[in-house]
Design a protein around this ligand. Structure first.
Ligand SMILES: Nc1nc2c(ncn2[C@@H]2O[C@H](COP(=O)(O)OP(=O)(O)O)[C@@H](O)[C@H]2O)c(=O)[nH]1
Ligand SMILES: [Mg+2]
Length: 435
């Protein structure tokens, strides 16, 4: 039985530029769809004066209680931060579990974190979130106790010891994280099991990544269920126009107004993108903030170390052109046709999907690229592999190892990495070779 979810998007009267409620609601829905639940309904709820105990006014709380009951809802998601008290009161009033925005995002990250580092970062964010809830409700209890003259008692002791347990866990996690960041061995081992090059979809939540993922992988049969069982469920095989295979990876999307305490966890889950052989940036070209979103994504990718030629290789899908006015749609098609690595289309109607697959194939398999890498003196087998398969254009034998500049196709490069377990992030693609 899947969990039935109802999404509530509260709109507070606030001065300044608030995001379009419809866009914000759509983003919230895409976030809910990112976890394994059934989105039964959603609503925009205007809040004229936020109630500190329940956020919504008492009439609204009662009205929503009836709606949730009628819809047989198990989980209500409020697309905004709730105080611990608001969350608890709403759970009591509605008789369902209530998750706020931070809690929802933590759920998504928890399901998606793949690397050891990603998992630890998410756990850390989760504990910190729990701890902040404890601290705040503790202050609240203390205030109550002050009012009644009641000092000490089991409540305080319990919360104090809960906090200590959380603190201990946090310290332990931080230590583990330090260790993990130093070694990438596990990561490499997992990588070697993947039989094909990996193409990662990045972009804002609600841009259409999962729709595209399902469209491109929908008709595909799993070649080896056992193999894929060990992979992220958001990774599936696709067949390119020539019949060659690749693995498509649907990553965690960028989230507007990401709570600051979740930034590290978000970046850690995105680090898998660094290991991908090719990145496809899915953009919602019909979104009012499309340009700002584009800048955000490029900025974060840059900070993660995706830059230079690796960024040049990235494909940009201008998605949702079906939502544009005919004239604008044609202009977007024309602009994409002129730009290298730019495809215009619609994951919903399927327009442009063949062009996208062709572009993926071209970038993965046809182009020869120049790679620079350093190998250890003991890695003679890897060095001779490169001489056999590629064109070695430069070699310097130094104390730290052998620096090689070699021309390979992406496919050959991928085979090399698979055979010798070298991460994509450890190699520099210095330039694109002549075709
Ligand atoms: N009109 C239109 N809607 C789309 C298109 N692609 C995705 N959508 C819709 O946009 C919403 C978010 O899509 P989703 O794939 O979940 O986005 P994600 O968060 O990037 O994975 C869904 O309601 C999709 O049906 C498109 O090309 N055109
Ligand atoms: Mg998605």
């Amino acid at each position: 039985m899947t969990t039935r979810v109802y999404l509530l998007h509260p709109v507070l009267k606030a001065p300044g530029a608030a995001p379009d409620p419809a866009d914000a609601l759509a983003e919230g829905c895409a976030l809910v769809r990112a976890i394994d639940v059934d989105l039964a309904g959603s609503a925009i709820v205007p809040v004229s004066r936020p109630n500190s105990a329940t956020l919504f006014g008492s009439g609204k709380v009662a009205e929503l209680a009836a709606d949730l009951k009628a819809g047989e809802i198990d989980l209500a998601v409020v697309n905004r931060e709730l105080s611990p008290i608001q969350q608890r009161n709403l759970e009591r009033a509605w008789g369902v579990k209530v998750l706020d925005r931070t809690g929802l995002i933590l759920e998504i990250f928890g399901e998606r974190a793949q690397t050891r580092e990603g998992v630890l970062q998410v756990d850390l964010a989760h504990l910190t979130y729990q701890k902040s809830r404890l601290v705040r409700s503790w202050t609240h209890l203390e205030r109550q106790r002050g009012a009644t003259g009641f000092v000490g008692g089991p409540g305080e002791t319990q919360i104090e010891s809960d906090r200590r347990v959380l603190d201990d866990k946090i310290v332990r996690l931080k230590r583990q994280l330090e260790k993990v960041v130093r070694t990438r061995a596990l990561h490499r081992a997992a990588r070697k099991k993947v039989p094909n090059p990996v193409v990662a979809l990045v972009g804002y939540t609600n841009a259409g990544k999962s729709t595209l993922f399902n469209r491109l992988t929908g008709a595909q049969v799993r070649v080896d269920d056992m193999l894929f069982a060990t992979l992220d469920p958001a990774m599936r095989q696709i067949t390119l126009p020539s019949g060659r295979g690749a693995i498509l990876s649907d990553t965690v999307g960028f989230i507007s107004n990401l709570p600051t305490q979740l930034v590290a966890a978000f970046r850690a889950t995105l680090e898998e993108v660094l290991e991908a052989d090719l990145i496809v940036h899915v953009r919602d070209i019909a979104h009012a903030s499309s340009e700002a979103q584009n800048r955000d994504v490029l900025g974060v990718l840059h900070q993660l170390g995706v830059s230079g030629p690796r960024l040049d290789e990235m494909i940009e899908l201008r998605n949702k052109i079906d939502l544009l006015e005919p004239e604008e749609r044609q202009a977007t098609r024309n602009a994409a046709a002129r730009g290298a690595g730019v495809v215009a289309g619609s994951a919903l109607t399927g327009e442009g999907c063949d062009a996208l697959l062709a572009e993926i194939e071209a970038r993965l398999f046809r182009r020869r690229m120049i790679f620079s890498l350093r190998l250890g003196h003991h890695e003679g087998r890897a060095v001779s592999w490169l001489y056999r398969h590629g064109e070695v254009q430069g070699r310097e034998d130094g104390e730290a190892g052998i620096d090689l500049t070699v021309e390979l196709t992406e496919k050959e490069f991928f085979q090399f990495r698979k055979e010798f377990g070298i991460g994509a992030a450890e190699v520099r693609r210095t330039a694109r070779a002549a075709q």
